[in-house]
Write a protein that binds this ligand. Structure first.
Ligand SMILES: C[S@@+](CC[C@H](N)C(=O)[O-])C[C@H]1O[C@@H](n2cnc3c(N)ncnc32)[C@H](O)[C@@H]1O
Length: 248
């Protein structure tokens, strides 16, 4: 599956079609109650769900970023972290603790976190939140306003579009969000910064890898243990921006 030329020719624009509902559960359950029951059973028995509950994280997703961070040594006190697709807030919570003097969930924060999502988010102390569609130009402007001329050290994106079930359209949507995240990193991240973005195996995976390789010095796909085996998600870690006009 290649890029959807029309989507990319449009660039970032004012979109009217937007998303079509709650995004997050990527796969449309096909067997109704049976699937829901199985999902519920897995969820209740999931060690990461239990751990998240014990440690006060809003979602088990926190452990995906934790493992990525521990593997690549990304988030450090003093950093500016941009969290794209941040709701309900587990990644921002994790980043916040990483940049707190004692790993605290509240109180002093040595660093900056700016989160953005289509959906509302319960406030997290010290985290700036912008509600809006990352694909829209005016939402990007709000994010730029919050950056106030500063460059991010780390950009993380757990954004996932609503799937239609039409493979080519879904692949193009996934790829488009990733493309925008890469573009954002190129414009608003420090040269030695890192972009972590959720990607999916399937239709557009190879194109996404190529996009990352064109933009970053080092590209590492990574599947954290907390990412369920049955999920086709994986995370692309792009370290160090390639200079414009440089090789590659
Ligand atoms: C898997 S959830 C993120 C979970 C989050 N990382 C956490 O730790 O709590 C994906 C999020 O991406 C958001 N999202 C999807 N498309 C988006 C877009 N175009 N603009 C902004 N947010 C988007 C969804 O609303 C959803 O909240």
């Amino acid at each position: 599956m290649g890029f959807c030329p029309m989507v990319f020719a449009l660039g970032r624009c004012k979109l009217n079609y937007g998303h079509t509902g709650i995004i997050g559960a990527m796969k449309t359950p096909s067997k109704g109650k049976k699937v829901n029951k199985a999902w519920l059973h897995d969820h209740i028995n999931d060690p990461y769900v239990k751990l998240a509950h014990r440690e006060g994280y809003r979602a088990r997703a926190a452990y995906k970023l934790k493992e990525i961070d521990e593997t690549f040594g990304l988030i450090k006190p003093g950093h500016l972290v941009v969290d794209l697709g941040c709701t309900p807030g587990a990644w921002s919570q994790y980043a916040r603790r990483r940049m707190s003097p004692q790993g605290a969930a509240v109180g002093d924060l040595n660093g900056t976190i700016i989160g953005l999502d289509l959906l509302p988010m319960e406030p997290i102390e010290g985290v700036t939140f912008i509600q809006g569609d990352f694909r829209e130009a005016e939402v990007l402007s709000q994010l730029e306003l919050a950056l106030a001329g500063r460059q991010a050290d780390i950009v993380v994106s757990d954004m996932a579009p609503n799937l239609s079930g039409i493979a080519s359209a879904d692949a193009a949507r996934i790829e488009y969000l990733i493309e925008l995240a890469i573009e954002f990193a190129q414009n608003h991240m420090k040269p030695h910064g890192t972009l972590v973005a959720k990607v999916f195996h399937g239709g557009s995976y190879n194109d996404v890898v190529q996009r990352f390789k064109a933009a970053f010095e080092l590209v590492k796909p990574f599947k954290p243990k907390a990412s369920r085996d049955r999920s086709s998600e994986t995370f692309m870690v792009g370290i160090g921006l390639k200079l414009p006009g440089g090789k590659g």
